[in-house]
Write a protein that binds this ligand. Structure first.
Ligand SMILES: [Zn+2]
Ligand SMILES: [Zn+2]
Length: 80
C-alpha cells in the first residue's frame, strides 16, 4: 500500500481512495491519478510489475521511474 499523500488540486484537501479512484470529500468530485512524462509531456501508461507501479512512455520508448514522472490529479469527467 502506498503511503503517499494525495491532495485535491482545487481545495488542497486530502483525497480519499475509493474502489473507483480518488475522491475529494470537500468538492464531492472524483479524481483520476495520471502520470505524464517529465521529458516530453506525453501521458504515460501505468504498468503493474511485482506489486510496484512503473510507467512507460510511448514517445521516449522507455520505462520511467517515479522520480521522472509528473503526477497530476485530473477531475473525472461525467459520462454523458
Ligand atoms: Zn477538493
Ligand atoms: Zn517521454
Amino acid at each position: 500500500m502506498s503511503q503517499s499523500q494525495n491532495y485535491c488540486p482545487d481545495c488542497q484537501s486530502e483525497l480519499v481512495w475509493q474502489p473507483e479512484g480518488y475522491f475529494c470529500d470537500f468538492c464531492q468530485q472524483p479524481f483520476r491519478k495520471e502520470a505524464y512524462c517529465n521529458e516530453c509531456g506525453v501521458r504515460l501508461e501505468k504498468l503493474q510489475a511485482c506489486g510496484s507501479a512503473s510507467y512507460f512512455c510511448h514517445c521516449c520508448n522507455e520505462l520511467k521511474s517515479k522520480s521522472r514522472v509528473k503526477i497530476v490529479f485530473a477531475p473525472q469527467a461525467e459520462a454523458q
